[in-house]
Design a protein around this ligand. Structure first.
Ligand SMILES: *Cc1c(COP(=O)(O)O)cnc(C)c1O
Length: 217
């Protein structure tokens, strides 16, 4: 597949969902992709990218930013507190805010740095033990806690369990966001982004469908 094909499908999904064209931000997930593939997508004019590891983002994006204007980088993977400063320096948004200690660290650094990336609270909608994120039951209190620290919480993020109907998880995330007055919904990947758009996604995170399969880790 390719960027233009995914853009076409995204626009069609927005239309089917009765949403304005451009309502959904396409985050091209470039983790583990060779630079040449990333550069081809930059040359096509795309500017919004996602990485799941701070280390990899640090190795790759400063050089691209020197050569291309207007890049917007989203951290979509788990964040250790000792990498929070680096993540905040590198990224425009962080989608993996998932615990009070990380929230407190980001709040302190934001004071120090005078800026803060947009934040998405990760919700473990499937309540899977191996997955990051607050549980749906903890979400309201955690969002309130983040707001009390003046953190710019833009929305919620989820990664549904692989073997379940994603639409149910997207709908649950949308419900939690609505009752907390949050606009942003980071949900949907290569296999299910159109379903996510139907459920109100504002950000879809699409990797392999744009770039091809990733190098083995
Ligand atoms: C890798 C990754 C994606 C993209 O996955 P694809 O199936 O390649 O589209 C989306 N979100 C997160 C959190 C990821 O780690």
């Amino acid at each position: 597949m390719s960027l233009s094909e995914i853009r076409t499908r995204l626009t069609a999904a927005e239309r089917r969902a009765g949403r304005p064209e451009g309502a959904v931000t396409l985050i091209a997930v470039s983790k583990q992709q060779p630079d040449a593939r990333v550069e081809a997508v930059l040359k096509d004019g795309h500017r919004v990218f996602g990485e799941n590891r701070v280390q990899e983002a640090a190795g790759k994006w400063p050089a691209f930013r020197e050569r291309y204007d207007g890049i917007e980088l989203h951290l979509i993977g788990p964040l250790q507190t000792n990498k929070a400063r680096q993540a905040m320096e590198l990224c425009d948004a962080i989608h993996s805010l998932d615990r009070p200690k990380l929230a407190a660290t980001i709040a302190r650094l934001a004071q120090d740095m005078g800026r803060c990336p947009g934040l998405f609270v990760q919700v473990n909608t499937g309540e899977e033990p191996q997955k990051a994120g607050v549980t749906p039951a903890e979400a309201d209190a955690f969002v309130a806690e983040c707001r009390a620290m003046d953190l710019p919480v833009r929305g919620l993020m989820c990664i549904p369990p692989v073997d379940e109907e994603p639409t149910l998880h997207f709908a649950l995330l949308a419900k939690i966001a609505a009752r907390n007055g949050l606009q942003g919904l980071s949900m949907g990947m290569s296999d299910d982004f159109e379903q996510a758009v139907m459920q109100g996604a504002t950000h879809v995170r699409v990797g392999s469908a744009i770039f091809g399969s990733r190098a083995a880790v």
